[in-house]
Design a protein around this ligand. Structure first.
Ligand code: ZN
Length: 203
């Protein structure tokens, strides 16, 4: 199972981190040891002083495929949830400034938090999926897939030109504006359509 993540997929978020808008999806990966699910607690790591949440829609791939055409890409989405791409922003900024890869800032244990999946059905309009992220019961992020620079289909097509997608692979599709720092004791919740899909406490 592979975990892909898309960076800078919402213009307003790219702006808040002073990043240029990309011409193609920005792709990075996390190892499977980054997965945190079923409401497990996250323990604040001692290697960072600036841990950030990034609330995102996470797609689950339902069947194997490579070099998938954009027009068929939605057939490869089996389910979605809300997740958190946890980021050691201080480490990421240091690596970015040196032109180095981001793994230490993005791929550490527990940095890929996922919630309960919702199976795709005909009542779900993927192109306008809306979600919201609450930190300590205050809304900090509101996302709508319609605001993504690269659609789910474009992302799946692009990633599959390089990597064979396999059943069960996950794709974090990017975060809207409103990312921010976490402290011990914070609780993050992610909602879709009034339903809480993901919850995590920082310990
Ligand atoms: Zn992200």
């Amino acid at each position: 199972m592979k975990i892909f993540c898309i960076g800078r997929n919402y213009a307003e978020h790219a702006k808040e981190l002073n990043n240029e808008l990309p011409e193609n999806p920005v792709v990075f990966m996390k190892p499977t040891t980054a997965l945190l699910k079923d409401g497990q607690a996250f323990y604040y790591p001692d290697f960072t002083n600036d841990l950030h949440y990034e609330g995102e829609i996470v797609l689950r791939i339902g069947k194997n495929g490579k070099k998938i055409q954009e027009k068929f890409a939605n057939k490869y989405i089996d389910a979605f949830t809300i997740g958190f791409d946890l980021t050691a922003r201080d480490i990421q900024n240091d690596l970015k400034s040196k032109g180095l890869p981001w793994e230490l800032a993005k791929g550490f244990d527990g940095s890929a938090i996922i919630g309960n999946f919702i199976k795709i059905n005909e009542n779900i309009n993927l192109s306008e999926l809306k979600f919201s992220i609450l930190k300590n019961d205050v809304t900090v992020q509101m996302g709508n897939a319609a605001d993504m620079i690269f659609s789910f289909e474009r992302v799946i097509s692009f990633v599959s030109q390089y990597f064979t997608l396999q059943q069960g692979d996950l794709i974090f599709t990017g975060t809207p504006k409103g990312v921010g720092a976490l402290a011990i004791g914070d609780v993050l919740n992610g909602f879709y359509d009034g339903e809480k899909l993901v919850s995590v406490e920082i310990k």
